[in-house]
Design a binder for this molecule. Sequence first.
Ligand code: ADP
Length: 540
Amino acid sequence: MNGLMMGQPLLVSALLTHAQRHHGEQEIVSRRVEGDIHRYRFVDLARRSRQLANALRQLGLGDDDRVATLAWNGYRHLELYYAVSGSGRVLHTLNPRLHPDQLRWIAEHAQDRALFFDLSFLPQVEAIASLLPGIKAFVAMTDRAHMPATSKVPGLLCYEELLADASDTFEWPALDEQRASSLCYTSGTTGNPKGVLYSHRSTVLHTWAAALPDSLNCSSRDAILPVVPMFHVNAWGLPYVACMVGAKLVLPGPGLDGKSLHELFEAEQVTLSAGVPTVWQGLLNHVDANKLTFSSMRRTIIGGAACPPAMMKAFQERHEVQVLHAWGMTELSPVGTVCALKGRQLDLPDGERAAIQLKQGRAVFGVDMKIVGADGAELPWDGRQSGELMVRGPWIVARYLNDEGAGPLVDGWFPTGDVATIDADGFMQITDRSKDVIKSGGEWIGSIDLENIAMSHPAVAMAACIGVAHPKWDERPLLVVVRKPGASVTREELLAFYEGKIAKWWTPDDVAFVDGIPLGATGKMLKNKLRDTFKDHRLP
Ligand code: ADP
């Protein structure tokens, strides 16, 4: 027999109406492209989102049209999050760091019908506007006084004017919870970008799970500053979490350098932040060089790429900021695992605790995971044997947008392309991406371990380890290193640095010093580019 409870649909608009009613006075602070700091409250977000929903209708956009954005983290982008999805349309956050050709390809593939953009991205819009006949409206997210003079964007509209002309009376429709709410493309470090189409249901369930104490641990007492962009997997869900729990939201706009971030952390008394390791490196460099401290920040979520041990140490030991290591993917909305210690692990000696914290963590409820060997058979959770990580759950992709093929699932599981171990306590650790793994004499060498060791050397600013062809072993590891400014270290010193830290045959065969390592649109090292650069590298 069925239960006799209400069948209320899980909708993105409910997050907004909840925030408005229960946390209406809570603040949202944004650094604007125009240069100043803007602040308002959740009631204002709700009112302006209703106006925007009316404006979308006036623009002639259909009830389930795709509305694209090219925007930083800011209050207007947040209004689009709620107005577009809440009204039944699909919010498509484009990544402005992509090349205009890729942007055009993605916007066409997604059949975007409108494009809202921050002024910083006018050049990108000018480059593609005439090539996208499907887009009915281009809207600059600014006021009349800041509207740019351009002849390359047909009929350019002004965001604040659209809102000013729109009524603030709007009933959020009672949509089917399975309806699409937003769309993100994978960042393409693994081939052509693929569209992941989230639903209202998947988004709300993901929000609940992400907010939990052993997940991102968010509450109404937090001031959250997502450094991770709202164009990268919905800023890991934090714009939704903030409404669900009533947390203050601090949005850094284009100011992602160490100085701008630190100023905002302090001025707004931020308690929790989130971002990829490369961003934190810039912040830590600035804080250390200027002998600054964090007066309010207590926790930071690091994910998107492995958190180097040296970074974790710097945050936790020098700055008393707890690091929460997390793993996820665009295909997972994105949160899959978070490394929150269990009660009995809290009193472990520092070294043992730190070793656990470097793992990517435990599955949040809703995510089921397993690791499998090359033959597809499940491997034991012993913390040693590694295999491909497979996941399933209600906020994990089932099919990609417009994908005609069989889809990505294998027996109902999504193969992540990551190679991992899982220990007896359920802590998962990524050892590599399957295509980055270095295959030496039939065995696998995980590049992340090798990079972490190099990164803990005081003269190393950045390190990447890639496999290069070897006549006997197939592949051997090459360490590519960027030195810290003014620091010196030789190839021999670095190779000696590995002694005793790792199995001898894992030690890189050679070191190449470079000025910089190419980063992708989401701040991750582009190892395919590096492999290309060093494809003819002769190992000694
Ligand atoms: P793309 O696959 O295009 O880079 P995503 O941004 O979705 O797109 O990246 C997901 C991938 O990032 C994961 O599959 C994994 O390889 C990597 N990743 C995410 N978080 C971590 C982490 N904490 N440690 C190591 N790798 C991570």
